[in-house]
Design a protein around this ligand. Structure first.
Ligand SMILES: CC(C)(C)c1nc(N2CCN(c3ncccn3)CC2)c2cc(C(N)=O)c(N)nc2n1
Length: 330
């Protein structure tokens, strides 16, 4: 490949970044690949070659800048300007009907419930400024978290640039797919290393790495479900927010449903109790939220959690160990 002039390089770099972002979005956000891995790699390596010839063209949102940087001595603390709240729990239909009664005492507005799968990962917050991914943090205690930007940059499902130059924060759950979890534990077991008890622990361990090259190998993904400071998004409900986030290029979970009654919510929960075994990721429940933002504001919050949302938790599937499976030591 003959060396391009700077002008040619600038033009080609812009074309390659646009193409790579489109293909990466299709593959990692929509799970619908448009080109083969080989074709993607060819374009990626062309970009690396030009950036090597012209380092001044490298920008932080270039796909070549996802992994690398130094090994961190530790994680900086981050304070969440808008605290990341908690969720009350429900364990059966009665708890949900009681929640429904409480909600209806706190607003006269007709309400809808949106049901979201409760992804079993690690809650994180991503800050975008003028559309560029600037900082990522763990939830921590909801007020103080840890800066894990370098590690979250390695998560391919997190776009380094949004489709619009918005400045706001998005919240979501970073997780390890079941297949990646099984493969990782197999590799660790073969190397005589401790294995992870479940995908949530594996995701948390992968995001706590001081060397982001380790995180990059862990195949993490993410579903976004919330936002803070999103004045720019003219959205009036949770379901509309999810649609807006997806249009910006962010990954949202497609299995959410909106219902008018708690009876219908319960039917959905019963269906998901079995269907969840077929999902490619772990869920530990269903989050039920009043959909309309005006109703959410009227219903309000406790000190730690919204009164307009609740997490239904699936019964812990006891992994019964058959007596014959226990290795008896005499
Ligand atoms: C914005 C609100 C507060 C309504 C909210 N909070 C959530 N969580 C709070 C408690 N979190 C938490 N994490 C660790 C320790 C204590 N609480 C973990 C996130 C949500 C988690 C999920 C999910 N997992 O898929 C979801 N679809 N929607 C959520 N929505």
């Amino acid at each position: 490949m003959k060396k391009l002039t700077l002008i040619e390089a600038e033009k080609r770099v812009a074309e390659l970044r646009q193409s790579l972002q489109t293909y990466s979005h299709a593959y990692y956000v929509l799970d619908q690949p448009l080109i083969s891995d080989a074709e993607y790699d060819k374009l990626y390596h062309e970009l690396v070659a030009i950036e090597t010839d012209y380092p001044e063209l490298i920008t932080k949102e270039s796909p070549t800048q996802r992994v690398g940087g130094q090994i961190l001595p530790g994680f900086e603390k981050v304070s969440h300007d808008v605290p990341m709240l908690s969720l009350g729990n429900a364990f059966n239909k009665e708890d949900l009907l009681a929640f429904d009664q409480r909600v209806k005492k706190l607003t006269d507005q007709p309400i809808r419930y949106i049901c979201e799968l409760k992804i079993d990962g690690l809650a994180v917050s991503l800050r975008y400024e003028n559309g560029v991914f600037e900082r990522g943090a763990t939830r921590g205690d909801g007020v103080i978290g840890e800066d894990i930007t370098q590690n979250l940059r390695t998560v391919k499902a997190i776009p380094l640039r949004l489709n619009k130059p918005y400045s706001f924060e998005v919240r979501g759950e970073c997780y390890m797919p079941k297949a990646s979890f099984a493969k990782l534990n197999e590799e660790r077991d073969e190397k005589g290393q401790d294995i992870f008890a479940n995908p949530r622990n594996a995701a948390a361990g992968s995001l706590r790495q001081l060397d982001s090259r380790v995180t990059a190998r862990r195949n993490l993904s993410i579903f976004l479900y919330g936002a803070a400071d999103f004045a720019e998004l003219a959205v009036e409900s949770q379901s509309h927010l999810l649609k807006e986030l997806a249009e910006l290029g962010l990954r949202t979970n497609p299995q959410h449903q909106v219902y008018e009654s708690m009876e219908d919510v319960w039917t959905f929960i019963e269906e998901m109790t079995t269907k969840r075994l077929d999902l490619s990721y772990d869920i530990d429940g269903i989050v039920i939220k009043v959909d309309q933002f005006t109703a959410q504001e009227e219903i309000g919050y406790t000190v730690k959690a919204p009164r307009w949302a609740i997490a239904y938790k699936f019964p812990a599937e006891e992994k019964e160990t058959l007596l014959r499976d226990i290795e008896w030591t005499v």
